[in-house]
Every structure is written in structure tokens, then in C-alpha cells.
Write a protein that binds this ligand. Structure first.
Ligand code: PXG
Length: 294
């Protein structure tokens, strides 16, 4: 496998960064997880735009134009001859010294890894997932805004560890006031009386690209789509609950904290949205078979 690293494609074994890189020392950097279907990169420009927004907030200047990053992502799937792929695009503050001052880091580190997509077990799509709420609250936007897709994922990892310790695969994270936020790497949706509801970004969630895609698809299915504050009571009593994310796509949820959601089986609207989502991933996206026009 070839990895893009600071201007060139290198063998994966040689794709290494310095121990003085502040991405490693402090989690000072931003990233995107992107997916290609059948040779086309899904929502690529949306991912690149979000990467620039994350970088802008942390005052990290990406040393490329947006279209150059589009080309780097495309080239990374082309050189590895991948058609269905997962691409991790990362920009760190770069090499500095043993102090967190970002001014010491003169050159950002840029890399892109394109690998085969690791699919979730088919069973969770068929049977649905059991969630547990955890004691670790989602980061508050006033401290570290979850809209910044930063390299600092310990908040999510702590929640994941709690879920796994309790024998569950995924954690539902709450805000300090007890509102539903998101899972460790997925956004949360509720279906209730043909309304499609998801928590608003200000409560502390990533503006997921799959989330936005599903909101658009919900509107096309004539659902009333809204961002709304949700409590545990709301999710326990939903008709359907599902999760969205680039890696996960759409995962039905069938129990939360021991409460059965709806019929206890993946819901009909969840199924319709998944079908519409898969159809979209097959027909949309930036084609990487030829070099895109500048
Ligand atoms: N919330 C959080 C905290 C995330 O990290 C999402 C929601 C979903 O956003 P998108 O834009 O993907 O719909 C994410 C995304 C991984 C992995 O390797 C994680 C994500 C995406 C892709 C891969 O675990 N998180």
C-alpha cells in the first residue's frame, strides 16, 4: 500500500512521522474519514470543506488549495487500485518541540491513507444494535467544540471503553444537562410519527456528512425533518432509532439502556432511508478514474 505523506507517495512501511509531531504529542491536528464507492469518492468536497473549517478554527493553515486535496485523495485511491475504499486524510500542526506552543511548528504534516474499507458485521444491520448511555459526557462546545473534527478523540474513546466494559458495542453520549448528543463515531436519529429528528449541533455534536445526507433523503421521503433537543425519554419512546456515519453508514438501534425501541426490530423508515442512501452512494461522488479538471 502507498501512503501520501508530505508531497509524495511512499510505501506504507516508510510512512512515518516524527515523535516531535504535535499531532502525536498534543492531538493538535484535524482529520476526515472519507469513503469511496465503486471508484467515486462520496461527498468528497463536503469532507474537504469540513476539514478546512476545522483547521480554520484551530488556526492551522492547510498548505494546499481545496482542489489539490481533492486530487491527493483521488490519487491515493488510484495508486492503490481501490474502488471501494476508506480514506483517512490528516493534517497535523507538524514538528515542534516539547512545548504545546503551536508557533514552534513551522510546517504542517499532511497525509492520506487509502485502505480497503473495514465493514461492520452484517449482523448489526440485520438485527440492530443495543446502545448504553455512559457517564462520560460529550465535550461541551464551550470547551472543545465537537464540530471540530480534531485528532483529540479521547472523549469518544473514554465513552467507547465504558460501553465495551459494560458489554455493549456502542455508547450513547449525553450533554451535561442530559440531552442526547451522539455516539462515539456516529450521529443519532429518531423517527417518531413520520418526523425525523436529530440533535442540533449547538448541544455538542459533529455535523456529520452522512447526517446531512440522511436529512436530505428524509425530506425526499416526505418526512418532517428537524434538529431538536432529545432526551433519553424521547429515544426510549421513539418509533425507530438509527445511527449514521461514513464508516457505519446507517445502523438500526433496537434497544437503549434495556428499553426496547419500537418493535424491537430495525424499523421500516430506517430500511427505506438505508436503501435510498445506498442507491445514492452508487450514483454520486467525485469520479477518480480520470484526473479531475482543475
Ligand atoms: N460523530 C462523530 C464524533 C464522528 O467522529 C460522525 C459523527 C459521523 O460523521 P460523518 O461525517 O462520517 O457522517 C463521526 C465520524 C472511524 C471513523 O474510523 C469515524 C468517523 C468516520 C469515519 C470513520 O471510526 N467518525
Amino acid at each position: 500500500m502507498k501512503v501520501y505523506l508530505n508531497g509524495q507517495f511512499v510505501d506504507s512501511a516508510k510512512a512515518t512521522v516524527s515523535v516531535f509531531d504535535h499531532g502525536l504529542l498534543y492531538g493538535d491536528g484535524v482529520f476526515e474519514g472519507i469513503r469511496a464507492y465503486n471508484g467515486r469518492v462520496f461527498k468528497l468536497r463536503e469532507h474537504i470543506r469540513r476539514l478546512y473549517e476545522s483547521a480554520h478554527t484551530i488556526m492551522l493553515k492547510i498548505p494546499h488549495e481545496q482542489e489539490e486535496l481533492v486530487e491527493i485523495v483521488c490519487e491515493s485511491i488510484r495508486v492503490n487500485k481501490l474502488r471501494d475504499a476508506y480514506i483517512r486524510l490528516v493534517i497535523t500542526r507538524g514538528v515542534g518541540d516539547l512545548g504545546l506552543d503551536p508557533r514552534k511548528c513551522k510546517v504542517p504534516t499532511v497525509f492520506a491513507i487509502a485502505d480497503r474499507i473495514k465493514l461492520y458485521p452484517e449482523e448489526i444491520y440485520q438485527k440492530g444494535l443495543a446502545l448504553i448511555t455512559v457517564a462520560t459526557q460529550r465535550n461541551v462546545p464551550e470547551a472543545l467544540n465537537p464540530q471540530i473534527k480534531s485528532l483529540n478523540y479521547l472523549n469518544n474513546i473514554l465513552a467507547k471503553i465504558e460501553a465495551v466494559n459494560a458489554g455493549f458495542e456502542e455508547a450513547l453520549m449525553l450533554s451535561p444537562s442530559g440531552y442526547v448528543t451522539e455516539c462515539t463515531g456516529e450521529n443519532v436519529f429518531v423517527v417518531k410519527d413520520r418526523q425525523l429528528l436529530t440533535p442540533p449541533p449547538y448541544i455538542g455534536v459533529l455535523r456529520g456528512i452522512t447526517r446531512q445526507t440522511v436529512m436530505d433523503l428524509g425530506a425526499e421521503l416526505n418526512l418532517a425533518v428537524r434538529e431538536e433537543l432529545l432526551t433519553r425519554h424521547d429515544v426510549f419512546n421513539a418509533d425507530e432509532v438509527f445511527l449514521t456515519g461514513t464508516a457505519a453508514e446507517i445502523i438500526p438501534v433496537v434497544t437503549i439502556d434495556g428499553r426496547t425501541i419500537g418493535t424491537g426490530k430495525p424499523g421500516e423508515l430506517t430500511r427505506q432511508l438505508s436503501e435510498a442512501f445506498h442507491a445514492l452512494t452508487q450514483r454520486e461522488g467525485v469520479s477518480c478514474s480520470v484526473k479531475p479538471r482543475r
